[in-house]
Design a protein around this ligand. Sequence first.
Ligand code: ADP
Length: 762
Amino acid sequence: MYNVLLQRQIKKYLGGGEVIPDEYRPLLNAINESYNHYEADRNLIERSMDLSSLELIDVNRKLRQEADRHRIVLGKLRQALQVLRLDAGEVDGPDDDENFDDSDLIEVAELLRKQIDRRHEAEGKLLESEARFRLLAENSTDIIGRYSPEGICLYLSPSCRSLLGYEPEEMIGGRFAFGIHPADIDHVARISDMVGGATDVTTSCFRFLKKDGDYIWLETTMHAIRDSESGEMIEVHMASRDITARKRDEDELQLLSLVASKTDNAVLITNRLGQIEWVNESFIRFSGYTLEEAVGYRPSELLHGPLTSPETLNEINVALWNARPITSEILYYHKDGHTYWLSATITPILDATGQVERFVAIQSDITEQKQIAMELQYRTSRLTALVENLQAGVLVEDESERIVIMNQTFCDMFEIRQSPQDLVGKESEGLAEGAKRLFADPEGFVRRVNEVMAGRTLCIDEELVLTDGRIFERDYIPIFVGDIYRGHLWHCRDVTERKQAQAAINALNSELKETNHLLRIERDKEKEHVRVLEELNQMKSEFVSSVSHELRTPLASIIGFTQTILIDPDLPGEMQREFLQIVFDEAKRLAKLINDMLDLSRIESGSAIVEKSPTDVIPLVERGIQSVVMQAEARGISVTSVVDRPSLIANIDPDRTLQVIINLLSNAVKFTPDGGWVQIRVRVEGSEVILEVQDTGMGIPEGDLPNLFQKFFRVHRPGTAIRGTGLGLAITKHIVELQAGTITVQSTENVGSTFTVRFPQQ
Ligand code: ADP
């Protein structure tokens, strides 16, 4: 079968139905072959334009073979032309025009020449292409390589040096697979097996071990090169590109995509016009809108409402308009109408030319924080109002001594000129230094402030004395959150007035105490008085019974004995005398008793008169002894006196003093058992005359001593029949005191008593 072109020629010149003579066959075959080669060449050339440089090498090889074959064909053609020329006259061919003549041959020759020219041109292009390939391969940042179908490296471009760290020579002759990451080997092997089988071009990505031990990500395209005639794979060409960075970006992107879809934060992506392109699950949860509902809308159309702050929206718009990222807190409206607070960070994404391509917004729900913040703000404002209106000065500092809260009172107290508003947020350093001049001990004040702050322990009610006399009280309260120190509170109050009031109260208190003490004394006295009165009452009733007894007994004796004398005229005279003596003694006792009572009542009523005159005491003592001596001697009691001078003159009432001496001596005798002794001593001590009456009597119980000089008081002495009225010592004390003297007693039970009287001599 001839080539289409030749067929057209044969039809034109030999006629359709003619049987082609055998002698034409060689020429036609030659021409046909030429046509075929020409077409093949043209295809090759056309392909070579498209083929990679390496294919061009192959094409070149084939073209050379073709050229050789052409040369042979040309030779044959020339021979054919020769034959053709020789046989021209003998051939019974078509008419002139249709004859296969010289012009045809010239045409054929011309075609062949053109064909040769084009082949030369293709060869030139091939060379050029080859040069370009080399240039490309040698200068490419990708690794370009040629491999045998068995996988042996035939060529590797120099970029393997920079990308893999190997010299091309180290790799040529070896297998590429040696460096593939173990995890990628199966995948690469599967892909490689496809080359030359299922497909001629494959692309795979894998990690490759560099000479320095690190892995590089390569994207490798393998291209099977086939023999054009046999179709057999003769080489594999490979181009590998470093995609480590891209891979990292991809991984990151993959991670980010995962994060974006799974994060608790709402993520929404809009186009450059702000229309939603994508939202994640959290957005759907927050807003109530599904992805389908949200896509195409601007967030403002879906999420904003009457309470959404226009200022915030404006701020966001300005920032985004200027391609600046912005973070804002926005009140959004849920699809069902309820509101929620979001913190949104909106970032413009720029394209390669720097133009905004889209916006990405990441939103977190801060409704709860916002509510807490609002509550906190409310509380803080209340706290601030409270602190502002406190009478005390308040200063709160944080852990780095920055002022957090301060009130005007504090500024006033420490004469700080700036206002609290100006100072809040600033360092408090220097405040103590500035205020120290106000204090009585300025250095001490500063030292203590530093000491307290370093200690971080609670200090309450520390007193600060100011130079003007005022007094401040200061508390330091450290603030700990858990175990972490977060600052401290100074709390100061002017306590001058309170201190003054306190001092006044203290003074009043001590006065009150004194008054109480006096009152107690008075009350005790009163009690004592009552007790005395009660005792007196008791004594009085005892006296009444005693007096009535004392009065009735002698009276009964007197009446009985006188009656006996009167009734019995025969009573012997001796008995009459004895009875009359008894009547006389009893009458005397009655008289004494009555005298004593009258005496006491006179003295107590103030009508008793003391008439002092210089009197010799010694004779009075003698008379006193005489008045008791008979009674004493009757009971075997000796009565003696000790006097260190013959006379002792003192300014006293002689009768009354004698009464004192007699009273004391008669008591001494009365209360001394038989056979005892009584002694009276007189002496002068300084300006005083001292009379002492001592006995060896029964003594007086200690508990009775304080009452001894009370009227009607008598020591209770069960089992004794000593008579008395309890008036003697009371009268004695009154008489002594009327003469500006004193009387005391010392006594020991069953040993004796000593009564001591002191008179001023003058
Ligand atoms: P009376 O009339 O009872 O003696 P006085 O006033 O003289 O009254 O004495 C009061 C009391 O003091 C007496 O009842 C007696 O018990 C006691 N007394 C006085 N002198 C002595 C004394 N020398 N020794 C012991 N007791 C005495």
